[in-house]
Design a protein around this ligand. Structure first.
Ligand SMILES: N[C@@H](CCC(=O)N[C@@H](CS)C(=O)NCC(=O)O)C(=O)O
Length: 352
């Protein structure tokens, strides 16, 4: 029997909640899967399995990149239950509660296979070597950059260049600001244990969102006319904003839907193949409100907000742009990876 979700608000895996300030620790397994295999892990079709939670913004980056790049056949996918228990992420969505490829019940088993009794937490995204069952990497900052660059030989025809050489310097600066103030900023606000810490995170977050809104008012994407990794990283926070960060993490100067530019930008991405088709709003809401019992002790999940607006027109095409550059949109989602209707925004319409 799966046990109850644990209170990870104080012991949330690799994430540390100190008495005074929230600190996100470094990924413990930074090995890289590369074209030349220099860390002992060469890129190889069918060899690795991506373990992700659709609830998690860091894992969702990898879900989107994998779709945009057409890596579904080359890199298989295991999805975990949005609710961890005291053994962390588990495969309770699968028949018999076991991942059918790795044959394990808990992601921690792959961590143990790599390093027995290692002291860190178990986190997603994780990439596991299927033949040995060993965790290869949980380095969420590097995984997507490597999918974009090192996995090129296995990309679909028409895959976009998500980390173009000519833009890297500027992209790294943009992504660093988005990481500090937005991606991680919402966590700093949400898990703050003191007023001033919360207020600092809150101001950093909204100052950055104001800047991003201005940047996006005249260009369709963060780096100009074409989608890049920077958009993926901003999207994974924006798509959770009204559903969880605005209420649960107290990031409430405005709702995303109240900023016309960011809301239109986020809807545009949501409606782009490879983005919205990876999002499960049910998993997102269940995970945040039920797992973080330190900040939501009752575990009650709010019914709102009405999320059906995600499907409304965004009019961003009026800015022009070539979403996939010289490439093309990804094909349909493999049937076994479709997000169930419970996770679709039209199912999260108030009163339905
Ligand atoms: N591995 C990274 C980021 C990935 C991350 O934090 N993932 C979360 C889910 S969103 C996780 O798996 N946390 C461990 C847990 O909740 O037990 C970290 O060390 O902070």
């Amino acid at each position: 029997m799966p046990s109850q979700p644990s209170d990870t608000s104080t012991t949330c895996g690799n994430t540390e909640y100190g008495r005074k300030s929230f600190k996100r620790s470094r990924s413990h397994f930074p090995d890289r899967i590369t074209a030349d295999g220099r860390d002992g892990w060469p890129v190889e079709a069918g060899r690795y399995r991506l373990v992700a939670s659709r609830a998690c913004p860091w894992a969702s980056r990898a879900l989107i990149s994998r779709r945009l790049l057409g890596l579904e056949d080359a890199l298989s996918l295991a999805l975990v239950d949005p609710l961890q228990d005291d053994r962390s992420w588990r495969f309770t969505l699968d028949p018999d509660g076991r991942d059918p490829v790795l044959g394990i019940r808990f992601l921690s088993e792959a961590y143990d296979a790599r390093e027995k009794d290692y002291p860190g937490g178990v986190s997603v995204p994780a990439i596991v070597d299927v033949p040995s069952g060993k965790l290869v990497t949980n380095d969420y900052q590097q995984i997507t950059l490597d999918l974009a660059t090192e996995w090129r030989a296995l990309h679909r025809a028409g895959a976009p260049d998500l980390y173009p050489e000519a833009l890297r310097e500027e992209m790294d600066v943009v992504m660093a600001g988005v990481y500090r103030d937005v991606n991680n900023g919402v966590y700093r606000a949400g898990f703050a244990t003191g007023q001033s810490e919360y207020e600092a995170a809150f101001h950093d977050l909204f100052r950055r969102l104001d800047l991003l809104s201005e940047r996006l008012s005249e260009q369709r994407y963060l780096m100009g006319d074409t989608l890049t990794e920077a958009d993926i990283r901003l999207f994974t926070t924006l798509v959770r904003f009204d559903a969880v960060y605005h209420g649960h993490f107290k990031c409430n100067r405005f709702k995303l839907a109240e900023d016309p530019v960011l809301w239109a930008y986020a809807k545009d991405l949501y409606q782009t193949p490879g983005f919205g088709d990876t999002v499960d709003f049910h998993h997102i809401k269940q995970h945040y409100y039920r797992v973080h019992t330190g900040i939501n002790p009752t575990g009650v999940v709010p019914l709102g907000p009405d999320l059906s607006g995600w499907l409304a027109p965004h009019h961003r095409e009026e800015l022009g742009g070539r979403p996939f550059g010289d490439g093309t949109p990804p094909g349909p989602v493999p049937p076994e990876e479709e997000v169930p209707p419970s996770g679709h925004p039209e199912r999260l319409r108030l009163g339905s």
